[in-house]
Design a protein. Structure first.
Length: 134
């Protein structure tokens, strides 16, 4: 629904039990992450039945009131963030292998040739200069 209202490309996304990570490419000149996140959170809350009123949504604890944004600087930065997003379920102990987590764009990235299916059997080395907002 949000993609139809405010287009963007989903480069990567992983949903975990208590948080999620995403990499989006917005249209040229568009930097409005906030409205998109707000629409996604509101739409999910309404469709899930977990929050029926704006007050309930605000105080339900379903969503943190903020998000962390990072502008990708270059190709190595893009790859580091893709790796971080996709390795996150293993990092948090939800699965032993990246390919075993179903709520991830990793599977699409494998189909598109970005990763091999066995990628992530070893934790990726991420440069200390990267800050991932977690």
């Amino acid at each position: 629904t949000v993609l139809q209202q405010m287009p963007f490309h989903i480069d990567a996304w992983v949903v975990l039990p208590d948080h999620m990570h995403a990499i989006w490419t917005l249209p040229a000149g568009d930097r409005d992450f906030s409205t998109r996140w707000g629409l996604i959170k509101t739409g999910f809350s309404r469709s899930s039945g977990l929050a029926h009123t704006s007050a309930a949504r605000r105080y339900s604890g379903l969503w943190q009131p903020r998000f962390w944004e990072h502008r990708i600087r270059d190709t190595p930065d893009y790859h580091a963030h893709m790796d971080y997003v996709h390795y996150n379920p293993v990092k948090h102990g939800h699965v032993a292998q990246v390919k075993d987590w179903p709520y991830s764009s990793f599977h699409r990235a494998v189909r598109e040739g970005f990763y091999t299916a066995d990628w992530g059997t070893v934790e990726p080395r991420l440069a200390e200069s990267h800050h991932f907002g977690e």
